[in-house]
Design a protein around this ligand. Structure first.
Ligand code: FE2
Ligand code: FE2
Length: 296
């Protein structure tokens, strides 16, 4: 997309160091690493959608936009913290966390499933960057997050358009669509984000302890959300799984999701009354970093 924004479109000269929120800086650093995985995800999608040249071209372009998100956030983080080296952090992140080189097949079982999973991710990122933009006081970060949030919404629409095409071909039922959506939600606490948070914010020689990293990441991330972000995300999810958006069921589920998110955020603030998934199983040992399970 030739009219896509560039790093030079960001008003870097409006940077105000006095308005940096340390928690948002930590989140921005972590996001700057995860976005760099766009190249790997793009390659993965091109493998899964072999023979669909139209989608492959769109996926390649999408991958470059995700990488640009990482570059913009990384550059901002370097401005905000002169000790942060984005390139070096990216190298450490990809050393510990990488996706399988050659996927054995679709992790979601079908192309429609892949597209539902992508819609879920783009819903998450669209809501997250909107929440970050709303929370940020520092003008340059606010502008970057607005640009990214607009992209993520457009990405959702892109994958949703292709999803409609594959729904006609593969005709998955509602249960199959819901299962993909739930499986993708469950992966939200996988290593990818937690490990990125660890690499971006801990000393280079610090040992990665997944439960601690998940806890540290989530307690900061959940704190930026407000109810409208969750409600808008729920509308997008309902559309992707084939449920009627903007109805009473959606209102109930959105209210429940907001309540659960608050409960989780409260628990994390109190030191983790509800421990992160896998806490008991992994307590007392160091899990291997970057298991590469969170494909799109
Ligand atoms: Fe992105
Ligand atoms: Fe995206």
């Amino acid at each position: 997309m030739s009219d896509h924004w560039k790093l030079s479109d960001i008003p870097w000269n409006r940077f105000e160091p006095g308005k940096i929120d340390p928690a948002l800086l930590q989140l921005a650093k972590a996001a700057s690493l995860v976005e760099q995985n766009g190249a790997d995800y793009s390659r993965y999608l091109c493998e899964i959608f072999a023979g669909d040249a139209e989608f492959q071209a769109a996926a390649r372009l999408w991958g470059t936009e995700e990488i640009q998100h990482g570059q913009a956030l990384g550059r901002w983080a370097e401005l905000a913290d002169r000790h942060f080296d984005h390139e070096a952090a990216c190298a450490r992140f990809s050393e510990g966390y990488h996706l399988p080189e050659k996927p054995a097949g679709s992790k979601r079982g079908s192309r429609a499933g892949e597209l539902i999973a992508r819609c879920m991710v783009e819903t998450g990122t669209s809501s997250y960057y909107t929440a970050l933009a709303d929370a940020a006081q520092e003008p340059v970060l606010k502008e970057i997050c607005r640009h990214i949030a607009a992209d993520e919404l457009r990405h959702y629409k892109l994958f949703y358009t292709h999803l409609k095409r594959y729904l006609e071909i593969e005709k998955p039922n509602l249960l199959q669509r819901l299962l993909v959506a739930f499986s993708r939600i469950a992966e939200a606490e996988d290593d990818e984000l937690a490990f990125a948070y660890h690499v971006a914010n801990e000393r280079e020689d610090a040992v990665y302890f997944r439960p601690r990293a998940v806890h540290a990441y989530l307690r900061r991330a959940y704190a930026v959300y407000r109810r409208p972000h969750v409600e808008r995300g729920m509308t997008m999810i309902f559309k992707a799984v084939g449920l009627k958006p903007n109805g009473r069921l959606e209102a109930v589920v959105a209210r429940l999701a907001w309540w659960l998110m608050n409960l989780r955020a409260f628990a994390l603030e109190q030191g983790g009354l509800i421990p992160p998934r896998g806490y008991r199983a992994e307590k007392g040992r160091i899990p291997p970093a970057g298991r590469g399970t969170a494909i799109a």
